[in-house]
Ligand binder design. Structure first.
Ligand SMILES: Nc1nc(=O)c2c([nH]1)NC[C@@H]1CN(c3ccc(C(=O)N[C@@H](CCC(=O)O)C(=O)O)cc3)C=[N+]21
Length: 293
């Protein structure tokens, strides 16, 4: 069993990005700038956005964090997005999800200029991804592709079972794994809450990618010997023995599943850190006008 070290892989990618930023600066260019819009005080969201801003500093990007209370109006948010769309300084920005219920998240995402949509959530970027046009890939699936590639995991002709059909992970992941090229060329099954007998599907899988947010969903009896298991879940569960009062749990029963695997990601330290690295990568591409020329 080989642990897919997301933290180390993320650091390697961030070093590559930092080297490019140094080169841009030495050539008198403008360093990339990422802005993040955060609404409310949800613990997870604050942690992720803070990590994103810290990562920007590490690689030499400019960054700004724009915070609002839960009671911000949709119009206020849309006005800020307009400003970020027009900003000469900001190359890319994200609006952290989830948003409060009184705000139409889809409307907000569609207000983002696709050229600055470094999350890759705008329907234009999703559509371009599907038909193989240059686009910003959503950071979590993009990070998983990097992990497969950097560990030289064979995907062609393999049976890949994706569990979860969210817009930001499961659905794009299933599409990307089925595409031509490496990593890709897999035979893909997309499972979700209406799937009958999930284990029937997962037991046939060479690669399982689980993105549900249900701690311990994937158990050892559901996994074939030698499978590759990618755990996207990061649910906070109460833990009185921790200073923080919680710990992170993935969607995989790691202790029992890991011994059966050829490769497996831990939580924390697996997919999460890659998500941040690939957001930076997309911001670098935005600054270099690589996607939309
Ligand atoms: N517009 C938008 N874009 C996102 O990319 C987005 C979002 N909204 N909303 C929430 C989800 C979740 N997400 C994570 C990012 C990093 C970690 C991460 O770094 N996790 C660390 C641990 C962090 C900790 O200690 O809590 C790890 O797994 O090792 C996890 C989850 C991005 N998301």
């Amino acid at each position: 069993m080989i642990l897919l070290d997301g933290k180390r892989t993320s650091e390697a990618i961030q070093q590559e990005i930092a080297a490019e930023v140094d080169a841009i600066r030495e050539n008198g260019g403008k360093v990339p700038h990422l802005a993040a819009v955060l609404v409310g005080n949800d613990g997870g969201s604050v942690t992720y956005v803070t990590n994103k801003v810290l990562a920007c500093e590490r690689v030499g990007f400019g960054s700004s964090l724009i915070r609002y209370n839960d009671d911000v109006t949709e119009d206020e948010l849309l006005a800020k997005i307009q400003e970020l769309n027009e900003s000469e300084e900001v190359d890319g920005f994200i609006v952290q999800l989830p948003l409060p219920r009184h705000i139409n998240a889809q409307k907000v995402l569609e207000a983002i200029d696709p050229r600055k949509d470094v999350d890759g959530f705008h329907p234009i970027n999703v559509g371009r991804m599907v038909v193989n046009l240059p686009s910003y890939l959503p950071a979590t699936p993009y990070g998983i592709l990097q992990l497969l590639e950097r560990y030289n995991i064979e995907t062609a002709g393999k049976h890949c079972v994706v569990i979860g059909r969210s817009n930001i992970v499961g659905t794009p992941m299933s599409i990307l794994m089925a595409k031509g090229g490496y990593p890709g060329n897999a035979t893909v099954t997309l499972c979700h809450r209406n799937t009958i007998d999930l284990g029937y599907h997962t037991r046939q899988a060479d690669i399982i990618i689980v993105a549900v947010g249900q701690p311990g969903l994937l158990t050892a009896d559901m996994v074939k010997e030698g499978a590759v298991v990618i755990d996207v879940g990061t649910t906070r569960v109460p833990d009185a023995s921790r200073k923080s009062g919680y710990r992170l749990r993935g969607d995989v029963d790691f202790g029992n599943v890991a011994p059966k695997c050829s490769f497996i990601t831990p939580v924390p330290g697996g997919v999460g850190p890659l998500t941040i690295a690939m957001l930076l990568k997309n911001t670098l591409k935005a600054a270099k006008r690589e996607v939309y020329v």
